[in-house]
Design a protein around this ligand. Structure first.
Ligand SMILES: [Fe+2]
Length: 519
């Protein structure tokens, strides 16, 4: 039996896990057949032991404490570079978050350790170009596709642009910002850009550049590595970049709406209905030292490649944007549907139209002059949020409400669900071989990635990325009193259902869609 005297500093949950594992293994020990079948259980225990050692050797990180205020506050570490944070959260909301979400985290930590070890030790379908093309067309990584190239891109991929026919449409996936980020010893990331050609059924990878040197599919080990670094870049840029911009900027909308618009106003009712659990959850992600974003090696579910400061620089890069590079637009509160290629965006747009129709009805019945102060406050806190003057146009108000609902429900939910379908082996946060140079020694998958890292990421996938809906989109009640709004809400739900029915099978997810940010 493991006890806290053997493992200094482990928590009671971890002790429970280790004891449970030990008991399970003792039971298996009576059965020779299952011992043979499970002959690599020792390797799995070894993986767990390494992660526990990393935990006990890590020093505690300084706690980041935000100022508490009734208004959204600037990040003390990176003022003006992160979305303002809401720090005054009602106790009832916090308790709901603890009972509905934190409890599930704890259950996953205890109950899913062993199955996560299994996943880490077994290679899924092996990665090839066909699978890579499929991932970039169908998964949320399609968000990063852009057909605008910088002069530097044209130089790196010069040969391919020279060969390109006039009908060819090329896209890039650009994660060149990673060149500025630091990693832990032995963990590698790279400045990476993928070049794809649009074909009938989706995409075809043409080349991948790593640290400004381009590679092609015929380059064996170098190509294997280039592919993996591209996927790593997308994984980090999604989780630690664009997805964060679905979470945090709308915190201010919730807080300011509660302060400036009376509860019985339909606009307040809409925002409130789609705000369930968001503020306490986002507070936890931003400020808890145990948060995934803080990447403390003391937590067995943290898997980012480098220090917390670099994780936050990833968030900031995508929030601030990089001038002159269309792969890095700055964050703007959405007043129109997302625009990028592939079925993921197509589904997002179809939902957007249905939400907009609903919000137009609400906006048309609103007294717009009462919203001036509300909009002016938000205009100062959220980039791209219309000013008090602009909000008096009911179409702009409808688009504000749509942008809010769409981001926190449809887009946020679909992004989690589709991203979490990718096996961790296919989008590793950490890579353990150096980026390719063109003269690279052959490696196997378990040398390019490490079981301990994959285990960490798998536990995180289950705890944080998989969708665990608490309140569903179709269950939302707005509490309208006015007949025409009650009818509009009914039509809205019918409209959502119709979109869902006509989507490709793998995107028919409305039955489980969360109405707000709940994970
Ligand atoms: Fe999320």
């Amino acid at each position: 039996m493991y006890s806290s005297t053997n493992f200094k500093g482990i928590s009671s949950e971890e002790e429970t896990v280790l004891n449970w594992l030990s008991e399970s293994l003792n039971e298996e020990g009576y059965d020779l057949q299952s011992r043979i079948k499970n002959s690599n259980w020792k390797n799995k225990i070894e993986t767990l032991r390494t992660v526990m050692d990393e935990r006990s050797m890590a020093s505690r990180q300084e706690k980041w404490v935000p100022p508490k205020d009734t208004k959204p506050v600037q990040c003390p570490q990176y003022p003006e570079r992160m979305p303002p944070s809401v720090t005054d959260i009602a106790d009832s909301e916090y308790q709901e978050f603890r009972s509905k979400i934190v409890k599930r985290y704890m259950q996953a930590l205890i109950g899913e350790t062993w199955s996560s070890l299994e996943v880490a030790h077994n290679l899924p379908q092996s990665l090839d170009d066909e699978l890579l093309n499929d991932i970039y067309w169908n998964s949320p990584f399609s968000r990063f596709l852009t057909s605008e190239f910088t002069d530097n891109d044209l130089t790196i991929f010069q040969t391919f642009f020279e060969q390109k026919s006039s009908e060819d449409i090329l896209y890039k996936i650009d994660h060149s910002h990673l060149k500025d980020q630091k990693t832990y010893p032995g963990v590698y990331i790279a400045s990476v850009i993928g070049l794809f050609r649009l074909i009938d059924e989706g995409l075809q990878v043409v080349s991948i550049s790593i640290n400004d040197k381009s590679f092609t599919p015929n380059q064996g080990e170098s190509w294997e590595r280039a592919r993996l670094f591209l996927l790593q870049g997308s994984s980090l840029s999604l989780v630690g970049g664009v997805h964060a911009s679905l979470h945090f900027p709308t915190d201010s909308v919730i807080a300011i709406t509660r302060q400036y618009i009376p509860e019985n106003n339909p606009i307040a009712k809409i925002i409130e209905a789609h705000s369930y659990l968001q503020l306490p959850l986002n507070y936890g992600v931003r400020w808890s030292p145990r948060s995934y974003a803080h990447n403390s090696p003391r937590e067995i579910y943290t898997a980012f490649p480098g220090p917390r400061e670099d994780v936050f620089h990833g968030f900031m890069t995508y929030y601030e944007g990089i001038e002159g590079n269309s792969a890095y637009p700055n964050y703007q509160f959405p007043l129109s549907p997302p625009e990028f290629p592939g079925p993921y965006c197509k589904a997002l747009k179809q939902y957007y139209d249905v939400i907009l129709e609903f919000c137009r009805t609400v906006a048309n019945q609103s007294d717009l002059n009462n919203l001036v102060q509300w909009a002016d406050e938000l205009n100062a806190l959220v980039p791209g949020f219309p000013s008090g003057k602009e909000i008096t146009d009911s179409e702009i108000l409808a688009r504000v409400l749509t942008g809010y609902i769409h981001s926190v429900s449809v887009w946020h939910y679909l992004e989690h669900t589709l991203y979490s379908r990718l096996p961790v082996h296919h989008n590793p946060h950490r890579i353990r071989v150096e980026p390719p140079t063109g003269n690279d020694l052959k490696t196997e998958w378990w040398q390019r990635t490490r079981h301990t890292d994959l285990f960490r990421q798998e536990i995180a996938r289950r705890m944080f990325y998989e969708s665990h809906t608490v309140r569903n989109m179709l269950e939302v009640e707005y509490g309208f009193e006015n007949e025409s709004l009650i009818d509009a809400a009914k039509r809205f739900k019918k409209g959502l259902t119709k979109v869902d029915k006509n989507l490709p099978k793998e995107l028919q997810l409305l039955h489980d869609m969360a109405c707000s940010i709940q994970f």
